[in-house]
Design a protein around this ligand. Structure first.
Ligand code: FE2
Length: 272
């Protein structure tokens, strides 16, 4: 299978990059599965139902979230009728929506997509390891699922790497999100799971993690807010990771960084 994971889509600029670029990538790379982190898609904060639909229309098979899941309050309601929208699995019991979903891809494959959220330098949610373990065991790779993608939304590189090794051999891809800065450590772990500490954002990199620079810089200088965070509105770079799996096992055979757009060095897989 050919999998593309697209890092945190930030605001209108990020959405435009997805809408303009993704359909061509799906066609040219003959992608089987596209997973997009959409937790910053609505003005940098959360996701609306119409944006959820917009990302699906652009070719996403599943959309994952994170700490900004509920910034748009409507998400608490519409997630129940949005089967391809996945919020962190280790949110408290009773939280609306689902933390994992087995989705049918455009090419008729079964993909298990799991979203988890870290606890280091973040709100202390439930233990992500136990919850992810249960989801992986309930739907084993190569048996119940043709591919398994884990989006682990976290601040600490150590916690993300720990999740990667914890899932090694049981997932096609474990990818970190949330920091909005792509790492260059994408690789295949010894058990066959592709791993990248952070996919980076799909947004305007002439910014402070996707936001117009003035307010975040001012907060560091003054120590207090003087306004709202607004997403930067320059051209976005689509950032993420591409994986080709072995069809017999669902494990990763190849992995590559993806960066398409201004400012960052271009990266595309050389195997497609
Ligand atoms: Fe986040």
């Amino acid at each position: 299978m050919r999998i593309l994971f697209v890092g945190d889509v930030v605001g209108r600029s990020g959405r435009t990059a997805v809408i303009d670029t993704l359909p061509g990538l799906i066609r040219d790379w003959r992608l089987d599965l596209v997973v997009v982190n959409g937790e910053n898609a609505a003005g940098g904060f959360g996701i609306t139902e119409s944006i959820y639909q917009e990302l699906l229309d652009a070719g996403a098979d599943a959309i994952t979230l994170g700490n900004h899941s509920w910034d748009q309050r409507e998400a608490l309601v519409f997630i129940e009728r949005a089967p391809r929208l996945i919020r962190p699995a280790n949110f408290p019991q009773g939280t609306p929506g689902r933390g994992a979903a087995l989705v049918e891809t455009r090419t008729g494959k079964r993909a298990l997509v799991i979203n988890g959220i870290g606890r280091v330098f973040m709100q202390p949610f439930d233990d992500p390891f136990g919850v992810i373990d249960r989801e992986l065991n309930a739907c084993p790779l190569g048996q119940a699922a043709d591919a398994v993608v884990v989006d682990f939304h976290g601040e600490a590189t150590s916690e993300k790497q720990a999740i990667g090794y914890f899932c090694d051999g049981r997932a096609s891809l474990v990818v970190g999100t949330h920091t909005h800065v792509p790492t260059s450590d994408h690789r295949i772990l010894s058990g066959g799971t592709a791993y990248m500490t952070d996919a980076g954002m799909t947004g305007d990199y002439h910014s402070i993690i996707g936001m117009d620079r003035e307010e975040p810089l001012g907060r560091f200088l003054r120590g207090y807010p003087a306004g709202r965070f607004e997403p930067a509105d320059g051209a976005a770079t689509l950032s993420g990771v591409a994986v080709e799996t072995d069809d017999a096992t669902g494990l990763a055979a190849k992995v590559a960084a993806v960066r398409i757009g201004p400012l960052l060095e271009r990266a595309v897989p050389d195997f497609w």
